[in-house]
Design a protein around this ligand. Structure first.
Ligand SMILES: [Zn+2]
Length: 140
C-alpha cells in the first residue's frame, strides 16, 4: 500500500477511535450517576437488566476500541492491509468501507460461512456430526 494511503487510513482510524473513546466515557459517567437511588425491588430488577445491557454494549465498545488500537499498530509496523489469514492484500476499496478489517474479502466470507455452519449445527442439535472429533479448525 502507498504511504499516502496509509497516512489517510491512519488519520481516519485515529479520528474514529477518539470518537469511540469519547462515547464510551460519556456512557460510563451516566451509568455511575444512575447508581444512587433505587426505590424498590422492581426498579432494582430493571436496573440490573439495563445494567447488563449496558455492560454488553460496553464490552462491544471495548472490543472495538482494542480492534482500532490493533490496526493502528499494524499501520506502524507495516502490516496494515495484509490479510491475517492468507497473507494476501485486503485491498484499498475494502479498507475504505471497513478500515478495521484484518481479513480479505475471501477469508472473511469463508469465515462467515463457517460461522453459519456452526450456528446451523447448534440449531439442529448437532445431528449432522458424524463421528467428528472436532478437528476442523481452518483458522488456526
Ligand atoms: Zn485472506
Amino acid at each position: 500500500m502507498k504511504k499516502t494511503d496509509l497516512a489517510k487510513f491512519k488519520k481516519v482510524l485515529e479520528e474514529q477511535l477518539v470518537e469511540l473513546q469519547k462515547d464510551a466515557s460519556v456512557k460510563l459517567v451516566e451509568a455511575n450517576s444512575n447508581n444512587s437511588a433505587l426505590p424498590d425491588v422492581n426498579d432494582q430488577a430493571s436496573f440490573e437488566t439495563e445494567r447488563n445491557f449496558e455492560l454488553r454494549i460496553k464490552d462491544r465498545e471495548r472490543k472495538l476500541i482494542s480492534k482500532y488500537q490493533k490496526v493502528l499498530r499494524k499501520i506502524d509496523d507495516g502490516t496494515y492491509g495484509v490479510c491475517e489469514s492468507c497473507g494476501g492484500e485486503i485491498g484499498v476499496k475494502r479498507l475504505q468501507a471497513r478500515p478495521v478489517t484484518t481479513l480479505c474479502i475471501n477469508c472473511k466470507s469463508e469465515m462467515e460461512a463457517e460461522e453459519r455452519r456452526q450456528e446451523n449445527l447448534m440449531q439442529h442439535g448437532g445431528r449432522s456430526i458424524k463421528g467428528s472429533t472436532g478437528g476442523s479448525a481452518p483458522f488456526v
